[in-house]
Design a protein around this ligand. Structure first.
Ligand code: FPP
Ligand code: MG
Length: 289
């Protein structure tokens, strides 16, 4: 009997999954990064290159993300972060912003379906950024996804939307100031109004009324996951474009020329080997920080 297309598909999937297992078990002899972040650049260029309709490049980009998520999961990378939409992207044409948001909403709903990768593998999803800037339907889809996957703990996918690092830092500083101010007011009430007077008189000598790095760090959106070990930006660009500036001080950067929908297993293997080659140096840098 002739083998049908579906059976061939399964066969191909089984062979490539076995092939990955072999590669990953060799890679796992060395240290495996715990967090990889991706700047998914080059989707429109892919669409042009392949003569696709506008928007289909981003669709292909989403499939590439799902594949990459599976590879990272199989390799044992617990945290994955992606830059899906920056605050600056709102300046693109209204048609493009709308079509991207529509796609986002559709894909978020797909991500929380019963048989989705998030449910099958136990992946918790966070949406990080200034979510107020999103339209109501996208925001509520994002919130639904966060609630629905809150009990998962095998791996964590952080999707940065309406995100820029500078916005995240300003937000964290504001929250830190509010918190510090509350603390000062409480102390003042306990001191029957004496604390603030004391602060005015000798405040310059003590620092405990000021916010520091640890305060700000705690209020970052991304504080729920460790800092990334690696940032990958596709399509040959080597700019961070306002992504994870606070968190990337000791990060390995990699910018393959492949466009995001073209990213594959080979890129992951290559960057993990590079990470392993630089591991002792990176670890030392982290210790000094
Ligand atoms: C940058 O490529 C990519 C984006 C602006 C959006 C990427 C979003 C996805 C792949 C979908 C993610 C969805 C979910 C639910 C996580 P570009 O548009 O800048 O392409 P170009 O550099 O070729 O112009
Ligand atoms: Mg781009």
């Amino acid at each position: 009997e002739a083998v049908n297309g579906k059976q061939l598909g399964h066969l191909y999937e089984n062979i490539s999954s076995f092939f990955r297992q072999c590669i990953f078990s060799v890679l796992s002899v060395g240290p495996v990064p715990s967090h990889i972040a991706f700047i998914m650049d080059g989707n429109r260029r892919y669409s042009k290159k392949q003569n696709l309709l506008d928007g289909d490049g981003h669709r292909a980009g989403f499939s590439a993300l799902i594949n990459m998520l599976r590879y990272c999961y199989e390799l044992g990378v617990k945290y994955i972060t992606v830059y899906a939409f920056s605050i600056d992207n709102f300046r693109r044409s209204p048609e493009e912003v709308e079509s991207l948001m529509k796609l986002m909403q559709e894909k978020i709903d797909e991500l929380i379906k019963e048989e989705s990768i998030a449910n099958r593998l136990g992946i918790r999803i966070y949406f990080q950024g200034n979510l107020k800037l999103l339209s109501a339907p996208v925001r509520s889809a994002a919130e639904r996804a966060m609630v629905k996957t809150a009990g998962h703990s095998k791996a964590v996918l952080s999707v940065c939307v309406a995100y820029t690092s500078t916005d995240e830092i300003v937000h964290a500083v504001q929250e830190s100031c509010e918190e510090k101010w509350d603390e000062i007011r409480k102390r003042d009430a306990n001191n029957a109004g004496g604390y603030l007077i004391g602060l005015e008189e000798n405040g310059k000598d003590k620092d405990d009324h000021l916010i520091g790095v640890t305060n700000v760090d705690r209020h970052m959106y991304m504080a729920v996951v460790p800092d990334p070990d690696i940032i990958i930006r596709t399509s040959g660009e080597s700019r961070l474009s306002n992504f994870l500036l606070w968190q990337s001080a000791n990060c390995l950067l990699y910018s393959p020329t492949a466009l995001w929908p073209e990213i594959g297993l080979r890129h992951l293997v290559w960057v993990v080997l590079d990470f392993q080659r630089n591991y002792l140096y990176l670890k030392e840098k982290k210790k000094q920080a």
